[in-house]
Design a protein around this ligand. Sequence first.
Ligand code: KG4
Ligand code: ZN
Length: 366
Amino acid sequence: MLVLGIETTCDETAAAVVERSGDGPGKILSNVILSQVGEHAAFGGVVPEIAARAHVEALDRIIAKAMADAGTKFEALDGIAAAAGPGLIGGVIVGLTTAKAIALTQSKPLIAVNHLEAHALTARLTDATPFPYCLFLASGGHTQIVAVLGVGDYVRIGTTVDDAIGEAFDKTAKLLGLGYPGGPQVEQEALRGNPARFALPRPMHGRPEADFSLSGLKTALRLEAEKIAPLTDQDVADLCASFQQAVAETITDRLRAGMRIFRERYGAPTALVAAGGVAANQAIRKVLHRVGFESGSVLVAPPPALCTDNGAMIAWAGAERLALGLTDSLDTPPRARWPLDEVAKQVQPASFFNRPHSGNAAQAEP
Ligand code: KG4
Ligand code: ZN
C-alpha cells in the first residue's frame, strides 16, 4: 500500500510517500520537509498568515519532490492523506484542499488525518509497536499522555491545564534573549549551566491524576531572571539548566502517574512511546527511558526528525486508516480544533489569550 502524506498544520510544509505492508514497520520512500522557521523567527513565534501563504507557495514543489524522490507517480498511489487538523486553519486548508484535488483528479481515496493521531502512530511506522501503548506527546502546541488502544481508539489520560511543554521552552528562550524555536537553544545552553542554582517549582508534583501545568514554572523563571538582571552568559546557562531540570522532573512525576493510571485501566502497555518536538531533547529522553524502565516498559522514541512535524507520519496514519477501510469524502472540512479523544473533558487553556502569537494558540489543548 502506497500513500502520499501532506502536512501543513503549522510552520512546516511537508510531503512524503510511505509504503505499508502487513503488520510490520513501514518503509519511508521519501520525506521532504521545508521549514519556515526563518520567515517567523523575527516575530518570536509562528504568524498564521505568513505560514498559510508560504504553504501555498511551496506545497506543489514539495509534493513533486516527494513523488520524484520516491520514484513513483500519482497513478501508483493507493491513497492521498493530508493533515485535516488540528492546527492553523489557513495552512490546514492549503494541505487538505491540495490532497482533495489530487484525490479527485486521480480517482484515489482521500484520508483526512488528525495530526495528533499521526504523532501517536509514528511508533508503528518506525518500530511496528503493537497496541496498546502509552503515548507521551509533547510539542509546541500539545502536552498529552494518551492510551493508544487501536487505530482511532485513543483515551487521554493527562494533559496540560495551561502551556504546552514546547511552548514553555519557547517562552523561556524568548525571555532569555535566545532564538526561536527555543527548545534546541535552551537545551544547548543548559549543557554548560548549573541545574541546582535556581530553586524553580515542580508544578502538580505528587498529584494522583496525570495532568501538567507549566505557566507557574515560566513565571518563577522570569522572577529569578529579573532579580539578577542584567544577565551574564553564565546566568543564562544556569537559568536554562535549572528550567530544563524542573521540566525533566515534572515529566518524570507526571508520567509515573500516567503509567500507573494506564496499568490500572488497561493492563501493561507494550511500550512507552515518545512523540513531538520536545522528545528530541536528550535530557528529557533520558528521563523517559528511566520511567519506561521502572514500569517494565520499553521506550520507543522515534528519531528526532520523525518526532517533529513531518509528512511521513501523515502518510503512515493515512495508510493505517486506509488498511481498515477508513477513508473520507471530498467535503471533509478542515478543523482548527480536533481533539484526539473526542469525549475527554475540556480543560481550561488559561494561557490561550496571553500568547505572543496565535501560532501555538490555535493548536491549544482542546
Ligand atoms: O512537534 P513539533 O515540531 O511542532 C509542533 O509544535 O507541533 O514541536 C516543536 C516544539 C517547539 O516548541 C520546540 O521548541 C520544541 O518542540 N523542541 C524542543 C527541542 N526541539 C524542539 N524542546 C526542547 N528541547 C529540544 N531539543
Ligand atoms: Zn506536531
